[in-house]
Write a protein that binds this ligand. Structure first.
Ligand SMILES: [Zn+2]
Ligand SMILES: [Zn+2]
Length: 296
């Protein structure tokens, strides 16, 4: 039998150290990770979700995620009519501190205007179509990947629009734009860095992405992300071995405070180069891998 090379031995140690950081079932539930429904295949259960995500309301109104205005919706959660949304992109300043978007004070008039209110509400009773990676016996290797996704607003809430996956060498192994299921309302450009031109010629759907993921992720794969539960929910994937940099780097004031990825990048990573990708989600996936390797 062949002896493993030095590189293979180092990679095995890396995997074992990351494996010690994998979230327990209880922590996954606490952080609202999608977990398998005990009886219904492909359906996810999300604990603690009411705290984190608002649901499709029964009274026909939603509250805009950006400007907090209430607006009327039909039974599918779509706005009954378009209404202009005036907002600050960075809308949660500490009282007394200026908005980061425009430098205006706490009572400053909104600095941005969009044609439509938006929401990130989703129907918790409709968590179907999830890929169960632990059943994918075609991938059995002990690999670790970091991932990041970008979301945009569609008529039915926030949908995944871009996905990047990197290996432990911080090489991009898969990066794709994803055509949302519903008509696009707003590219969420301040956060996603995506614009309409990014979608020119894009035909890849979430179904296509699932096919690709089945060639990469299996029961032994470790997935690393920052607030990875929300990426997995939007990606419609149930995965058991996850490492979350939100948990690896807790906020100094404890929960419910959480460190942003930007804060961790500024404080723990040198002004790194992000070779192999120009996409924000690719750069964030590389940052997440570096942050995980730094303390694992
Ligand atoms: Zn502003
Ligand atoms: Zn609004």
């Amino acid at each position: 039998m062949d002896h493993p090379s030095l590189y293979e031995r180092l990679e095995r140690h890396r995997y074992e150290r990351l494996e010690r950081r994998v979230l327990s079932e209880n922590l996954m539930k606490q952080y609202s990770y999608p977990r398998p429904h005990p009886h219904v295949k492909g359906q996810a259960l999300i604990s603690n979700a009411r705290k984190k995500y608002s649901q499709i309301p029964s009274n026909g109104t939603k509250v805009c995620r950006r400007c907090r205005a209430a607006y009327s919706v039909n039974g599918n959660g779509k706005a009954v009519k378009p209404e202009v949304c005036n907002y600050h992109p960075n809308n949660t300043p500490n009282p007394g501190k200026p908005y980061r978007c425009c430098g205006g004070g706490y009572t400053a008039k909104p600095c941005k205007t969009a044609l439509q209110h938006v929401s990130d509400d989703f129907d918790l009773s409709n968590m179907t179509g999830f890929l169960l990676t632990k059943e994918n016996m075609s991938v059995t290797g002990r690999e670790a990947y970091a991932l990041d996704a970008e979301m945009i607003y569609t008529e039915c809430g926030l949908e995944i629009a871009c996905l990047s996956i990197v290996n432990t060498k911080c090489e991009v192994v898969y990066e794709t734009m994803i055509l949302p299921d519903n008509p696009i309302l707003d590219y969420n450009t301040e956060f996603s860095k995506l614009t309409s031109s990014d979608f020119a010629g894009v035909t890849t759907t979430l179904k296509d992405v699932h096919k690709k993921l089945l060639t990469l992720w299996g029961p032994n794969t470790i997935l690393i992300g920052h607030g990875l539960e929300s990426d997995l929910i939007k990606l419609r994937v149930i995965h058991d071995k996850v490492v979350d940099t939100l948990v690896l780097y807790p906020h100094k004031r404890g929960l419910p405070f959480l460190n942003s990825l930007q804060y961790l990048k500024d404080n723990y990573l040198s002004s790194s180069t992000f070779a192999g990708t120009s996409k924000k989600c690719g750069q964030d996936a590389i940052a997440v891998m570096k942050l995980a390797k730094r303390i694992s």
